[in-house]
Design a protein around this ligand. Structure first.
Ligand code: C2E
Ligand code: CA
Ligand code: CA
Length: 265
């Protein structure tokens, strides 16, 4: 409880003092290795110890007020980065933002996000929202479907994060507008050693394929994992093999390279 309380007060300080600094991790198309998007991951600046990860304030994602202010800062920063990259003449790629279930408990989520995109004159198609299955449970879950459907209609895509780890109900894939499934990295880690994990990955790929949902494999660290996934028609991957989460400048450099190399979009 003490740790939780201290995480919350750190998170409040982080939001109040505007220390949020999104890092960007590339997602690639497995067929040609080209950049297919970024996931924005929360980092924050500590005066003396440097850049800190989300684990240092994890409890804040479950707290309504803290989750909302961190979410607002992330959205604002990501939009500002995208607008700057665009103004620098780069071809943009889709950026995925993580949303915690708490953020759905306020009914202005849709307006807040669309408003921010509008402020920077960014098309909705540039944004993807990553949610875990827990958003479909608990308080406020009733309105989640409607909110996600509104995003989907507006052009914002929806990805189901950490797929297979939560209270997965396959019904969610049909009831909600899911554009992308992200296979959790716990299934990818031992993919080549554990036949149980391989069976799950294969089943998810088959299911997604039948339902025409795109797939991103998370936590791909070795060429062998990438080759295995490619051979089974997994469309996209993300992981240390292709790039670690990096600051905005480094992500911008990747976009520049994409343009110089002839462009992937
Ligand atoms: P996540 O959404 O599942 O994000 C993926 C995590 O896996 C990231 O950790 C990333 O750095 C890590 N990762 C990526 N590739 C590899 C790999 O090849 N090997 C290994 N071992 N790890 C890899 P990170 O950045 O520490 O984020 C942890 C979690 O914190 C995220 O898990 C997400 O649940 C949460 N989070 C991060 N940023 C935000 C945010 O802005 N909002 C919310 N609500 N949650 C966030
Ligand atoms: Ca995620
Ligand atoms: Ca994940």
């Amino acid at each position: 409880m003490q740790r939780r309380t201290s995480m919350l007060s750190v998170a409040r300080m982080v939001a109040r003092n505007d220390r949020v600094m999104p890092f960007y991790q590339p997602k690639v198309s497995l067929k040609d290795g080209k950049l297919s998007g970024f996931e924005a991951l929360l980092r924050w600046r500590h005066d003396t110890v440097g850049v800190q990860g989300p684990d240092t304030i994890a409890a804040a994602f479950d707290d309504l007020a803290a989750a909302i202010s961190l979410g607002e800062r992330m959205l604002e920063r990501v939009c500002a980065d995208l607008a700057r990259w665009r103004d620098n003449g780069l071809v943009l790629t889709r950026v995925a933002l993580n949303l915690s279930p708490a953020e759905f408990r306020r009914d202005d989520l849709f307006d807040r996000i669309m408003g921010q995109l509008g402020r920077y004159d960014l098309p909705a198609e540039l944004l993807e929202l990553e949610v875990t299955e827990t958003v479909f449970l608990g308080r406020g879950a009733d309105s989640v479907g409607g909110t996600l459907a509104a995003f989907h209609r507006a052009g914002v895509t929806v990805a189901l994060d950490d797929f297979g780890t939560g209270y997965a109900s396959l019904k969610h894939l049909r009831e909600f507008p899911v554009d992308v499934i992200k296979i959790d990295r716990s299934f990818i880690a031992d993919l080549l050693k554990d036949s149980g994990d391989a069976a799950i990955v294969n089943a998810v790929l088959g299911l997604a394929n039948q339902l025409q949902i795109a797939v991103v494999a998370e936590g791909v660290e070795t060429p062998e994992q990438a080759a295995y996934l490619l051979a089974r028609n997994c469309g996209h991957a993300q992981g240390y093999l292709f790039g670690r989460p990096m600051p905005a400048d480094a992500a911008e450099a990747l976009l520049t390279q994409t343009v110089k190399g002839g462009g992937s979009h």
